[in-house]
Design a protein around this ligand. Structure first.
Ligand code: MN
Length: 130
């Protein structure tokens, strides 16, 4: 078992069970701690409670979408410094630019690159805002 993740806590907000399980299993295998939610509303509550090192945010969610949830996180002093990375199924450049313009710290395209993913996540964990 690799300790690459060094115990960093990653909050995964993703409504697709298969994607959620894949991301969680890869991160746990590589020594990250994880928390998870299948909707933005519960995810926001967890973010306030746990103050994770990173939030991985699906965009299309039931109820509140990922862009709105990002704005909520950024509007609260307790969560505004947490890096938030979009998990997006879209490979289109315009959509990626829209996400960065909305204030995400980055994006990871689904399906995720299983080999590269743990290192990408670790880099974002170390990128606490300001
Ligand atoms: Mn979704």
């Amino acid at each position: 078992m690799s300790a690459l993740g060094d115990g960093h806590l990653v909050l995964i907000i993703e409504d697709n069970d298969k994607n959620l399980k894949l991301v969680r299993d890869i991160l746990q295998f590589h020594g990250f701690r994880t928390a998870e939610s299948t909707d933005a509303e519960a995810g926001l509550r967890l973010a306030h409670e746990l103050r994770p090192d990173l939030v991985l945010m699906d965009i299309a969610l039931p109820g509140m979408d990922g862009v709105t949830a990002l704005r909520e996180l950024r509007s609260q002093p307790s969560t505004e410094t947490i890096p938030v990375v979009a998990l997006t199924a879209s490979a289109m450049q315009a959509d990626r630019e829209r996400l960065l313009g909305a204030g995400f710290d980055g994006y990871l395209v689904k399906p995720i690159d299983i080999k590269a993913f743990p290192g990408q996540v670790l880099a974002y964990c170390r990128k606490a805002r300001r």
